[in-house]
Design a protein around this ligand. Sequence first.
Ligand SMILES: Cc1cc2nc3c(=O)[nH]c(=O)nc-3n(C[C@H](O)[C@H](O)[C@H](O)COP(=O)(O)OP(=O)(O)OC[C@H]3O[C@@H](n4cnc5c(N)ncnc54)[C@H](O)[C@@H]3O)c2cc1C
Length: 405
Amino acid sequence: MPNDKLHVIHPLVVVGAGPVGLTAALAARHHQLPVLIVEAEPEDRTRPGSRATYLFQETLDLLESVADGVTAPITEQANNWESLRTTYSGRQIYFKRFPPCRPGKFGAAISQRESEQVLLKRCHEEGVQFRWKTSVTGVHTTSDRVTLTLDDGSRLHASYVIAADGARSAVRRALGIELDGDRSESSFVIVDVAEDPAAPLERTRSFHYRSPAVDGRNVLMVPFAGGWRIDLECRPDEDVRPWQEEPLLSQWVAAVAGPKYASRISWVSTYRFHRSVALSYTDDHARVLLTGEAAHLFPPFGGGRGLNSGVPDAIFGVEAIAKALSDPASARQIINAVATERRLAGIANRDAASSALVHMEARGRLLRLQQRLAALLARWFRRPGEWLDRAPMGPSRPVSARSRF
Ligand SMILES: Cc1cc2nc3c(=O)[nH]c(=O)nc-3n(C[C@H](O)[C@H](O)[C@H](O)COP(=O)(O)OP(=O)(O)OC[C@H]3O[C@@H](n4cnc5c(N)ncnc54)[C@H](O)[C@@H]3O)c2cc1C
């Protein structure tokens, strides 16, 4: 075993160069901490799909608080949603058009692939160090440091580690921290289609209950800069493969979005969404903080809280690490406090995303009846249609409470 005294001890190592790891690194530079990101994949990788297609205004503000100007290239590219539409069995029951506003005023509708590129570029400008194509395979913590084992057998030592290594987090597993929660009963087929720049559709976030275009299944369509994400909710007991394969894939995309979009499909994937939160966000020695999908997994419904919650995990986590480094006597308390605060936020977000999913899956007869009745009443009253429009987006999120998203 090598003599640890001969090794550099990094103040902070971040595991994972996804959007949350990149955000943590920017927060570290904001606090003048040198930071190294260890990432399993190569820098020139292609990231799959649009994924987090909506960054809340609060998320943009938080990013700005650690990297002045970083959101400008995001909001410049991003599109605003122009309107909301909900249909039930093919009949429109709710429509709302937003007044025109400057891009970025209410958040940013942009593919995660694009927002990650902006964060990565800024990390390079801020002097963040990277170790690409290197996986963390083991983690050992003591009262004064973390030792990471890498896939080439070498070790890295750090005072603190931010684990941002995603849903299958090797760091979380090495620390023996379990996820608490379950998965959706239904599978979802998620499709990205590219917009036709010559004749774009109005940028309407639309939710279709029991759409005849897909034999009575629910469909969500979300616009983002340059494209659309279409989420098809399949039935719990069905084989979803035909829906993600040709010829059915092109047929249903054409029926939902319009014929020209059948040839503009750029990504297809199938998910049963987890709704889980780690039982602890830190280790016994309060030296590692779990962030982003290493800490929590939510369905993308109920407002899209995955990345929007990962950004504050990273920023408040690094803020706590900076304090702990300058106040070793209180370090443990500081780290435990932020871990608890972010875990409570994770639980609140899991519950919000879950309630949206429960509404969409509508397993209970009473809920199905309520939805049908609301759709009927929406012919005469606005409120029932508004309820059907809002529910898949989850409860309203508090704007300023830092511990809640
Ligand atoms: C279909 C879909 C739709 C979504 N929609 C939304 C939405 O609308 N709004 C929203 O906020 N969120 C949404 N999300 C969630 C969002 O995509 C995630 O929250 C976000 O990607 C999490 O970022 P992350 O950095 O924590 O993890 P990841 O993006 O998974 O990044 C983890 C990184 O760690 C690296 N890594 C993994 N293991 C190791 C290892 N052992 N050593 C070193 N590196 C490692 C990986 O290569 C990767 O680069 C959606 C997700 C999906 C799948």
